[in-house]
Ligand binder design. Structure first.
Ligand SMILES: Nc1ncnc2c1ncn2[C@@H]1O[C@H](COP(=O)(O)OP(=O)(O)OP(=O)(O)O)[C@@H](O)[C@H]1O
Ligand SMILES: [Mg+2]
Length: 252
């Protein structure tokens, strides 16, 4: 069954190092586990996150999103040819720059090309999850993702850096086209030292809270973020909340 056309694209945005790649990968994994064709689009060109997602031996074919954005015209076919596909999981594909590439590896692309890419992704996937960069002022793809996505998660840590980031960057999103007031606030990597009251006070209210989870951190260190989470007590709250976010956003 094709998904509802209005709830297909989710952008995950937030302060540097707050867990955008981790949470994007886990939502993509959850949705693909529901047998929905899922594309994880990674915008980071400073540290392309592919090595964090999968070991090279699990990658079936490896192309760069740079080849798509460099094309004068973007088509479904062009995207299909440049998807990074995964062995033993036909439901998930990745679009990312590759290890060793950077923002100068391909010609500059325009806002229109980024819009076209997201539009075409809606044709070929049930759901699209976009792992945005934090430097929105000079990152066209992330900026367009914040405008064009059906839903945006505003991911934050419960610390002064996240607060500083939001007070610095939210003024860049005042234009109505960003619908910043509609963003879903999620606190991530929350530790026992952060009391619920403290989170509310510091962040001004959050809809979801993802706990600090050692197993998730270990998967990140091992470069296995697209692998299943083990189903023990330590990961329970994290797994439950990732599921709750995906169910709400995509109306699964
Ligand atoms: N819920 C969590 N529990 C434990 N560790 C976490 C959690 N979420 C993120 N981390 C850790 O936080 C660090 C940053 O995560 P990640 O790279 O996903 O953040 P990011 O926002 O994508 O960073 P960047 O701004 O560099 O793209 C990593 O060490 C990761 O393991
Ligand atoms: Mg990242």
């Amino acid at each position: 069954m094709k998904a509802n056309d209005e709830n297909k694209v989710l952008a995950v945005w937030g302060s540097p190092g707050c867990g955008k790649t981790t949470v994007s990968a886990k939502i993509a994994k959850y949705v693909s586990g529901r047998k929905k064709n899922t594309i994880l689009l990674c915008c980071d060109t400073d540290a392309p996150p592919l090595p964090l997602l999968l070991p090279p031996s699990d990658i079936e074919s490896e192309q760069s999103v740079g080849s798509i954005l460099a094309a004068a015209r973007i088509s479904d076919n062009l995207i299909m040819q440049n998807l990074i596909t995964v062995k033993k999981n036909a439901y998930i594909s990745v679009l990312s720059m590759l290890k060793g590439e950077n923002q100068y590896s391909y010609p500059k692309y325009t806002q229109k090309q980024a819009q076209e890419l997201i539009e075409h992704l809606k044709n070929i996937a049930d759901f699209v999850i976009i792992d945005c960069g934090s430097h929105i002022s000079d990152d066209v793809l992330s900026t367009v993702a914040l405008m064009e996505s059906d839903c945006v998660l505003r991911l934050i840590n419960c610390d002064l850096k996240s607060i500083s980031y939001l007070s610095s960057q939210l003024p860049l999103l005042v234009d109505k086209k960003f619908r910043a007031d509609k963003q879903i606030r999620v606190a991530n990597d929350v530790k026992s030292i952060h009391s619920g009251e403290n989170i509310e006070q510091v962040l001004g209210g959050v809809t979801f809270t993802l706990p600090h989870t050692e197993h998730v951190e270990n998967q990140y260190l091992a470069g296995e973020l697209l692998k299943d989470l083990c189903t023990n007590k330590e990961t329970k709250q994290f797994r439950k909340t990732i599921g709750a976010i995906a169910e709400e956003v995509f109306e699964l």
